[in-house]
Design a protein around this ligand. Structure first.
Ligand code: TRP
Ligand code: ZN
Length: 880
């Protein structure tokens, strides 16, 4: 069955639904190839009566349509182009019953009802419910769902759906059933059904109003021992949302199901979250600290959606950031409280600068609230999620914690049970603040990254510091000319000795929040006794680029003394960036690369620093990412960026060999692995030291004793964090030793899919020559399959989106490989195929030869006769 070609749809064309569906009763009789779905919709006109009823339906076989329990003859309805249109409806409320047959076993798109490891599960966001039954598949139609799941007793002992279990029983023919009722009206994208042979672990949570909630995590039996961390994370998230936002859980049970085949991280279906097993399962020997942190964050994110997404949902998909930006903000705050606020802020700012800025500068750039789209699945992006969270964070900074919290309370009070817009959210904040936010709302409608140009002039006679700030935002698809943005600029000042100068800030006297609202603005700070060093954009108070000519001395002072940990870290990054860019110039001219001694000096100080949080030091030790370096260049030279950065790492490893080894050994411990923020921070710093020690120089040379240190850590480590770190450094330092250890690793873990993913990532991320050939070989390895998104991301996305020097090899072989993979994936899973395309969308950033090679591949894909809407939209926008 072919899916209809979609047109671009526009926010400005929004119209309310012609009919509402107050209730839906579903009966799903499970069968791998022919699942029968009977849906009865209780409909009423939303305004004018007598209109045709238009229901969405795709990839399903329509068996029967009834209105008020009478079967319709074919002249009363049509079913074409993914729409079921019913005519001649009564002027009063009526029921429509639709019977469809679907094929879960043949569903490789992982949207709608599908099988994962033999178990049934669903994914309906954004528009997957229409692949289960015919329904007005739009989030402003909210219904009370009652779901009866019927399944084979041996194949499907467990039958789950949203809400509370209200009935169950034996059907006498080898099948049984369970009926679930969800009392909260919800859009159909939050529907979920799970059935199969699963076990569960149980615990409970007592809400602050003393209700006991039954918590369950369902997994395949082999994973039963890996759920403890996820369960504790859930309990922490539930407590945190009560304490921080006053939000209590509302049903008697909360269920999580982990599946191996999943397009994204997880899904917040009401009372029945479905998770990619990557974000549930963890044991010290199989999961790293990063995995543990990711699990805690994603569990919290999906749980927080219960209020921001489910109780209050989106009017239409243009408003996606209403729930996603806000929920990411909430999960960031949660993780900040669980680990370390500064470290979390650095991680999040890094994501924005390394990845979201790049998206904003590419052909798929869109505002936080896109004005149009072809395929909504292409808009689950860093812009909607992470920039959306930055927009919420700016409101938090502008209003202050108490007023922001009051705004949240107003939002929940006003809109509980509704499907609303980003404007409604901002209106609640305006009500709390008592001021309008019209100009601020441009963050929702204008794409692109504003660039601030800053000049500071000190007048000793007047004791004035004048800050001149100009903003400029490059043109993007939706607008050539940008109106100025409204944003908070958190600023502090340091004197020559690094002490902070009071400047009368509201929260602390050392930080002042200036409001930038004009294209160009002058801020005068009074009573400044000496020429200060400016700590600009503290805590990354707005998602912007900054051009500010500060001297190396000023940056070094900030790096050593700034009380704002984000800027302390960022000053080091800026210095590193400066030295790297200077050497990239030399490299491109064929000159030898030299390491600036000031960088060595700064890093030596970090290695000797016993006062700062090790997790912070681990981040400060890192050189700017290849992505961030590339973004500073007019034309990205991926080989030069990688080579210079690699050579820097090697030179640092040699220059600071003694200091690195000392700190490495001082951080060693015999205590058994525990995932705590403190232990994880120590491991991160220790492995950061090891990374430098094992960094080979450009001729591939490395002291065998250092290599042996890595091999030893791999062999003796008692946890995946330390073993995987060591393995990564060995794999990237020495091909023979790396290959030997990879074989050992695969032999040990080939039965654990999540660890096999790590093995694929190690292969695909290897920066030594020949990686593309090895990656190509792995696409036909028994441990790999194109049908599993985690495998595809591990092998193909790691190579194409992160291994820049290998993927962008001058012969263009990487581009041909990716195009081949996208073409194959598009026949299986269009959402994943479209995501894999991302590296090719950036073609304008490279030199003329690479541009030609990349465009050739985009054109080849675009010329195929049958392409998904997902891939077609990305290709067409990239070439436009
Ligand atoms: N709402 C989910 C989340 O943020 C995202 C999601 C999960 C999703 N699965 C999806 C989006 C499939 C599109 C398609 O957490
Ligand atoms: Zn989400």
């Amino acid at each position: 069955m072919v899916t209809a070609i979609k047109k671009e749809i526009f926010l400005k064309d929004y119209t309310p639904p012609a009919y509402l569906v107050d209730r839906i009763d579903l009966r799903v009789e499970l069968d791998p190839q022919a699942t029968r779905v009977r849906a009865t919709l209780s409909c009423r006109a939303n305004g004018q009566t007598g209109q045709p009823l238009v229901l969405n339906g795709k990839r399903l076989e329509l068996v029967r349509v009834e209105v008020d329990e009478t079967e319709l003859t074919s002249d009363r309805y049509s079913f074409a182009d993914d729409l079921l249109i019913i005519l001649g409806l009564p002027g009063r409320p009526f029921t429509v019953t639709v019977e469809t047959v679907i094929n879960p076993a043949g569903n490789t798109a992982l949207e709608g009802l599908y099988l994962s490891s033999g178990n049934y599960c669903t994914q309906c966001e954004a528009e997957g419910f229409r692949a289960i039954t015919c329904f007005p598949d739009r989030p402003d139609v909210m219904s009370v769902f009652t779901t009866t799941v019927v399944g084979d007793k041996t194949a499907c002992p467990v039958l789950l759906a949203n809400g509370n279990l209200v009935d169950s029983g034996d059907l006498g023919d080898g099948r049984h059933y369970a009926t679930w009722h969800d009392p909260f009206p919800k859009p159909c994208y939050l529907f979920a059904l799970v059935a199969g042979n699963l076990v569960h672990i149980r615990d409970s949570f007592t809400t602050r109003s003393s209700r006991i909630v039954d918590l369950r995590i369902y997994v395949e039996e082999r994973n039963q021992d890996k759920c403890g961390h996820a369960m504790r994370a859930l309990q922490k998230a539930m407590r945190w949302d009560e304490e921080r936002f006053g939000r209590e859980y509302d049903l008697d049970t909360f269920m999580i199901v982990a599946v191996d085949d999943f397009n994204m991280g997880a899904m917040e279906n009401k009372g029945l979250n479905v998770f990619n097993s990557k974000y549930v399962l963890a044991l010290p020997e199989t999961a790293t600290d990063v995995d543990y942190e990711g699990i805690e964050g994603v569990i919290a994110h999906e749980y927080f959606h219960n209020w921001t997404g489910n109780r209050i949902t989106c009017r239409d998909w243009f408003q996606l950031s209403l729930k996603e930006g806000l929920t990411v903000f909430r999960d960031q705050e949660f993780t900040a409280d669980m680990i370390s606020r500064p470290v979390k802020r650095i991680q999040d700012a890094n994501i924005i600068r390394s990845f979201q800025f790049r998206e904003d500068a590419g052909p798929m750039a869109h505002p936080v609230r896109p004005p149009s789209f072809v395929e909504i699945n292409n808009f689950y992006t860093l812009t909607v999620y992470n920039k959306g969270a930055e927009v919420i964070r700016m409101l938090y900074t502008l209003l202050g914690p108490q007023t922001f919290r009051r705004g949240m309370d107003i939002y929940f009070e006003r809109h509980d049970g509704q499907a609303v817009t980003c404007d409604d959210f901002v209106a609640a904040m305006e009500a709390a603040w008592g001021r309008e936010l019209d100009q601020f709302k441009r963050w929702y409608s204008q794409a692109g990254t504003p660039e601030l140009t800053v000049e500071a002039t000190y007048d000793p006679a007047a004791r004035h510091l004048v800050l001149e700030v100009a903003q400029n935002c490059p043109p993007t698809r939706e607008a050539a000319e940008k109106e100025p943005f409204y944003m908070p600029l958190a600023v502090g000042l340091l004197d020559e000795t690094g002490r902070s100068l009071p400047i009368g800030g509201a929260v602390d006297s050392a930080t002042r929040t200036l409001i930038l609202s004009e294209r160009s603005q002058r801020f005068v700070l009074d009573e400044i006794p000496t020429k200060p060093t400016v700590s600009f954009l503290r805590n990354f108070s707005a998602p912007v680029k900054v051009v500010f000519a500060q001297s190396d001395e000023e940056l070094s002072r900030l790096m050593a003394h700034d009380t704002d940990p984000f800027n302390r870290w960022d000053a080091g990054q800026q210095l590193g960036l400066r030295y790297l860019l200077a050497q990239i110039d030399r490299f491109q001219n064929g000159d030898a690369i030299e390491l600036d001694q000031r960088l060595v000096h700064g890093l030596r100080n970090l290695l000797a620093d016993d006062d700062s949080d090790p997790a912070f030091l681990a981040m400060a030790l890192l050189l700017p990412t290849e992505n961030w370096i590339g973004q500073q260049m007019t034309t990205i030279d991926p080989v030069a960026v990688f080579s210079v950065r690699q050579q820097f790492r090697a030179l640092i490893g040699r220059a600071l060999c003694a200091e690195l080894q000392t700190r490495y050994h001082r951080l060693s411990s015999d205590a058994p692995y525990r995932y705590t923020a403190a232990d994880a921070g120590r491991r991160a710093l220790r492995n950061g030291c090891l990374a430098y020690l094992l960094a080979p120089d450009l001729s591939g040379l490395l002291d065998p004793e250092l290599l042996a240190l890595g091999v030893q850590q791999y062999r003796t480590g008692d946890n995946m964090t330390d073993r995987l770190a060591a393995l990564t450094y060995v794999v990237n330092a020495d091909l023979d030793t790396g290959t030997e250890l990879l074989t050992d690793f695969h032999a040990q873990w080939r039965h654990d899919p999540l660890v096999v993913d790590k093995w694929l990532i190690l292969h695909a991320g290897c920066t030594l020559p020949g990686t593309l050939d090895r990656v190509r070989g792995l696409t036909v390895h028994p441990s790999f399959t194109h049908k599993n998104p985690n495998k595809v991301r591990s092998l193909i996305a790691t190579f194409c989106a992160t291994n820049h020097s290998q993927f962008h090899a001058a012969d263009g072989a990487g581009y041909v490989f990716l195009a081949d993979q996208v073409i194959l994936l598009d026949t299986l899973n269009p959402q994943i195929a479209a995501r894999m395309l991302a590296p090719l969308t950036q073609w304008r950033r490279y030199d003329a030869d690479r541009q030609v090679l990349i465009r050739e591949q985009l054109t080849r894909i675009g010329g195929l006769p049958s392409l998904s809407n997902d891939v077609r939209e990305v290709v067409e926008k990239s070439l436009a």
